[in-house]
Design a protein around this ligand. Structure first.
Ligand SMILES: Nc1ncnc2c1ncn2[C@@H]1O[C@H](COP(=O)(O)OP(=O)(O)OP(=O)(O)O)[C@@H](O)[C@H]1O
Ligand SMILES: [Mg+2]
Length: 730
């Protein structure tokens, strides 16, 4: 008998927490916000006979049974366990599960009258149009990203045993029964529907089932038992067991689920791109779905030229890559700076995209002579990646991919996602960032330099494997553009400052050793040497390192290009390091020699000189820091000026102890104005070159950050003046 075309489940809006609708004698119903197809509904309510009716019945039974969703009765006087009892009360049922897609499918099945209402380890109960069916679950082959399908073996009350399977079209069509005479018609009709749905950006699934014979069941049961209790290679054995029964299936239908983009995804991606990052999408979804999602998050635009690589053999992939390179004039990539970031642009229940950021990433070659005019977008599928990543075609892919503005890899397995990140990591010096929300993103998150997990509805595996966790994709913009920028500036400055802070002190001691002709005497007390790093100068370093901000978060979010300072290494680079070191040598010479010259003709003792050097160097490094502080807070004032006061306090205390050689020195010194004037002279002379260079740089060669800062300050002052009442401004 030729089965009729399979029923198509119409796009179902995702309904995360459906609740029961109060209707008399219908005990467990979800809130019917889910739109249903009236024709299909009618079909499902006629007598269970005829191929179309049976296929529709089995389709919804599969949706309700083939999943790992757990129904939770939150408020009900009824119990599904009492199967034959008739209840008038209404229960509220909620579905909980790892996959939001499955929750949506179970909710959809419920809307069509197939309500999953109980699940234990051994059985499930499905309410089929008010008749409760208890089905024994003999085994479950969980979904995995390699098989891209899942199956469940069910014994029906009639004694028949069936395997119900659902999965991605790519892996489902190969395991369907092909001897059926109308197989091709059904397959083509389903494929057309699938293409239609996926080009609308919907996530599609194919549903199929078959009866198991007694022998098949026996053989499978033996293998399943062995595999599920195996201590070694368990997942491989289970996969092998699954393949035993996941074959010769009858196609029942296909479903499509809308996976809405999270709020703010297109804007976030746009900002990341403006900041100079290259965004790549790595998804397990179908190509059409991925392209549609790419369009809706504005990653792909209509003016882009698409290079599609869908090879089925190594040679074909090679040819496609080569042709694309020739056609679009792609030269071998010479870039050495790329960064990656995988982004979950979708709703929490649909993890997805991966991306790469580049600083000096070679700009797309599109637009070259006789070639193309628009930017390039590379779309490549998982099948091709099998040949490309595992063979010697990586270089070709790298050249092509780095020449494209956008890269979308679809139907990729978790390890392929990691492979792509590795491709960029191993061939460039740039930082890669991967972001995702599903278990299939874990390998990629771990492979990338920075892994970000989104706490979505797909479980917590991605979050557990990540360096940073966030609730939504759009927060990535703030994480990178604001916190990334601030942290880079702070760390860059602090590294230089700490080198300077320690080196200026050591150089000062070094000049003394030279001056004293290596006499092994010491001018500074041991206490001063220890306290210098520990007390006198440590707190300002910490406070500025934690609290300083060069620009406000508003400016940084408004002008994503300011992020470029990071990958241009503006805050810390070799040039800056050596300039700082030269400045350090100058400052240490000033600190040491000014007192030497000032007190040249006096009879001052060495401990007094040491005391002067100590306080001078502490004031100097704090003034140096004060010159660079960008945002003055009460804590910054307290830390910087407080450190100088504390240093004086410590010197006074130490000089009060008669057994110390420096006893009383500070009291003698502080009496004379020469002491105070020499400190002033040291500070002015030491910081003068630095001050002049800063002024020249800011006036004649301001960086983007300095310009933005100036604009921010002027605007603030301007708005302050504008907002002042008349009598104030007058
Ligand atoms: N629970 C499931 N049961 C059966 N098939 C599934 C299930 N979840 C996903 N699939 C199918 O397997 C495919 C691959 O899933 P996978 O989780 O690797 O990627 P994805 O969820 O589509 O995309 P992303 O990379 O964005 O997570 C899906 O596109 C879908 O067709
Ligand atoms: Mg997924």
């Amino acid at each position: 008998m030729a089965p009729l075309p399979p029923p198509q489940l119409h796009p179902i809006p995702f309904c995360p927490k459906p609740t029961a609708t109060p209707s008399s004698r219908r005990k467990l119903r979800l809130n019917s916000e889910i739109p249903t197809d009236s024709e299909l509904m009618e079909l499902l309510h006629i007598e269970l006979a005829g191929e179309e009716r049976i296929a529709a019945h089995e389709f919804f039974m599969t949706l309700a049974a083939c999943n790992t969703v757990i129904p939770i009765l939150t408020h009900s006087s009824s119990s599904c366990a009492i199967l034959d009892e008739v209840h008038d009360t209404v229960g509220t049922i909620e579905y909980q599960g790892e996959s939001p897609d499955e929750q949506a499918l179970v909710a959809a099945a419920s809307a069509y009258g197939y309500t999953l209402c109980e699940r234990t380890s051994g059985h499930i109960v499905i309410d089929v149009n008010d008749e409760k069916l208890r089905l024994d679950v003999l085994g479950l082959h969980e979904f995995d990203s390699v098989r891209k399908r899942m199956s469940v073996v069910i014994r029906f009350p009639s004694g028949a045993v069936k395997v119900l399977v659902k999965g991605a079209d790519t892996t489902m069509f190969s395991i369907l029964r092909k001897d059926h005479k109308s197989y091709h018609d059904i397959q083509n009709a389903t494929l057309n529907h699938l293409n239609e749905y996926s080009s609308e950006g919907l996530r599609t699934l194919v549903v199929a089932a078959r009866d198991l014979t007694g022998e098949e069941l026996e053989e499978w049961q033996l293998m399943y038992e062995d595999a599920s209790t195996s201590l070694t290679d368990r997942s491989a054995k289970l996969r092998q067991t699954a393949s035993l029964i996941e074959c010769n299936l009858t196609l029942l239908g296909a479903s499509a689920i809308e996976d809405k983009l999270q709020e703010g995804v297109p804007e976030a991606i746009e900002s990341l791109r403006q900041a100079g990052m290259k965004v790549w999408v790595l998804t397990g979804d179908k190509q059409e779905t991925a392209i549609s999602i790419g369009m809706s998050c504005k990653l792909l635009t209509s003016d882009m030229q698409r290079i599609i690589i869908n090879g089925t053999s190594e040679n074909e992939c090679k040819r496609l890559l080569f042709d694309a390179k020739v056609k679009f004039g792609v030269n071998p990539a010479s870039c050495n700076q790329i960064s990656t970031c995988q982004s979950d642009a979708e709703n929490g229940h649909h993890e997805v995209p991966a991306s790469m950021k580049s600083s000096n990433f070679p700009e797309p070659h599109a637009g070259e002579e006789g070639v193309s005019n628009g930017p390039l977008a590379l779309i490549i599928d998982g099948n091709s990646l099998v040949y490309i990543l595992e063979k010697d075609l990586e270089t070709e892919l790298f050249d092509l991919a780095t020449s494209c503005r956008v890269v979308i890899c679809c139907r990729v397995a978790p390890l392929q996602k990691a492979g792509i990140v590795d491709l960029i990591k191993s061939r460039t010096d740039d930082m890669t960032l991967a972001i995702g929300d599903g278990a299939n993103d874990v390998s990629m998150i771990q492979m990338a330099d920075v892994g970000v997990g989104i706490c979505g509805q797909e479980g917590r595996q991605a979050v557990m494997a990540s360096d940073f966790a966030m609730g939504q994709f759009r927060f990535l913009k703030r994480l990178l553009l604001v916190h990334g920028h601030w942290n880079y500036q702070r760390v860059g400055y602090l590294v230089l400052y700490n080198f300077y802070r320690n080196a200026v002190f050591v150089f000062m001691l070094f000049w003394y050793i030279l001056y004293a002709a290596f006499s092994t005497t010491s001018a500074l007390t041991d206490w001063s040497s220890v306290f210098y790093s520990l007390i006198y100068t440590s707190i300002p370093t910490l406070v500025v390192g934690i609290l300083d901000k060069d620009l406000s978060h508003k400016t940084l979010l408004k002008y994503p290009k300011l992020y470029a300072a990071g990958y241009r290494q503006e805050s810390y680079n070799m040039k800056l390091f050596w300039i700082t070191m030269i400045d350090t040598v100058w400052q240490s010479l000033v600190v040491f020699y000014v007192p030497v010259f000032v007190y040249d003709q006096s009879d001052i003792d060495i401990w007094s000189m040491g005391s002067l050097w100590t306080i001078a160097v502490v004031i100097l490094v704090n003034m140096h820091l004060a010159m660079d502080v960008q945002r003055w807070l009460i804590f910054t004032h307290m830390a910087i000026w407080g450190s100088i006061i504390i240093t004086y306090g410590c010197l006074v205390v130490l000089d009060l102890i008669p057994v110390f050689p420096n006893y009383n020195t500070i009291f003698q010194l502080a009496k004379s104005p020469t002491y105070w004037l020499s400190i002033l002279l040291i500070i002015v002379l030491a910081l003068l070159p630095r001050f002049i260079v800063k002024v020249i740089n800011q006036s004649f060669r301001p960086s983007d950050i300095q310009i933005a800062r100036e604009a921010e300050i002027l605007k603030k002052n301007h708005s302050y003046i504008m907002s002042k009442p008349d009598h104030d401004t007058s």
